[in-house]
Design a protein around this ligand. Sequence first.
Ligand code: GLA
Length: 397
Amino acid sequence: MRKFSLSVVAVFAAFSFAAILHSQEVAQTPPMGWNSWNYFASKVDDKGVRAAADELVSTGMKDAGYIYVNIDDTWQGKRDENGVLHANEKFPDMKALADYVHSKGLKLGIYSGPGEKTCAGYEGSLGHEEQDAKTYAEWGIDYLKYDLCSFRKDTMAAKAPNDQAAQMKLMYDAYVKMGKALKATGRPIVYSLCQYGWDAVWEWAPQVGGNLWRTTGDIQANWNSVYAILSEQEGLESYAGPGHWNDPDMLEVGNGKLNVRENRSHFSMWAILAAPLLAGNDLPNMKPEVKEILTNKDVIAINQDKLGKQGHRVYSEGEVDVWERDLSGGAKAIAVLNAGSDRVSTHPFHLRLAKLGLNGPQKGRDLWTGKDVTLTDNMAIELQSHDILLVKIDNPK
Ligand code: GLA
């Protein structure tokens, strides 16, 4: 009996160790790339994915760090008599597509879920986890977003109707299963958990091999959604680090009704949050000001800082929020965000350096104007509605 328990412990320890090792190989900084869903939704196809890959290269986004080209939902076709899943007619040859994406120095991501069906009603991986992971590896897939969706109804609610704890265990096991299956392929594949933050996923996702995990419901291309999601990230900062990241959802920069200031603030705050930077816009028709935001190297450097420490909100005054992020080499990023609907000029906002643990004038750089700036105590900062001041201080005092 003792021998048995020891071997169980050993197997478990080996798996956990392997899971940690696996998750350490990839996503040492928050993954960057592009995902099809936010703009194209079910209109994604082989041609569109190739075009996105081409654009990542020609716009300079690849050089700025955007490497993953991720196909979201609606690529799945039918399983053959052996249970092997094939892509639908929109993707005639997934392996050839992966080869194309790889030939550009980029990586290819794909989407599935633990249920019978994905959120858009396409074939999920239930009962075919190992087989699907193998198929992905054979195609040359480098990233999997694994979305809970119908698993809630067809397995969790069906098997444990009135037992929340049992439902959460079923969910956990489902994510363990795909984590192991990916690991067993021997291919480094980023494992992205998408179950909207249920059951404090940040507490257990790294144990199942997760490299990132959604912390909230779906983002939408409007300010209220971006700001609501941002506010929900408070308190999660201690869970992020190299190889494992909180995911407040993909970027809406350049989409919907977001204006330039809102796009800039959204991007800046995802940098402060050490969030994955997955652009979700129409790359071939990107406006110059959107490209400028997405390729701001200084802001990306904050996001990709190798210390991997997620930032946090330090204080708010009225509708102005002040966030900070500690960076490698003792540097700091400070963001002052006007979340309100008015320009902050009638009741100017005054910066309180002591609240940030800073003492005396701080020399830094405004990462949107590129100009040197000195932050002083009590200085008035005037921002338009939904605009941001993002400053990097190399030697905070
Ligand atoms: C869910 C996810 C989205 C997207 C869709 C696809 O809603 O949260 O990010 O993947 O499914 O159907």
